[in-house]
Design a protein. Sequence first.
Length: 124
Amino acid sequence: MIGVEPEAGDDGGRSFRSGRLERVEHVETIADGARTPSLGPLTLALIRRSVSDMTTATDAELVAAMRFVWERMKLIVEPTGVLGLAPLLSGRMPPPGRRVGVILSGGNVEMAQAREWFAAGPGA
């Protein structure tokens, strides 16, 4: 299992690697569900026990993943809800050559905001 978090708020990955809670203050990302400054002790323990690696996704990768899911799957998902998919679609995390499961969740996104993100295009 590989954990994914926003590139701008990589406290989880740093905590996973160091074995202690790390903080990131003032996280600026469109993935508002992942803007916490730090994991909790229980979450870190679960991650360290169950996750084999951690990676990140940029906001641009999140928007591209959202657009893919909206257009191809006809599902409304929010930026935090595509964290697991974004690094696969962008090539940041190549699939391991076998079946891959990705959890998609959440549709808590304003349509006007999503239109702005989509209109800005890649890298915006």
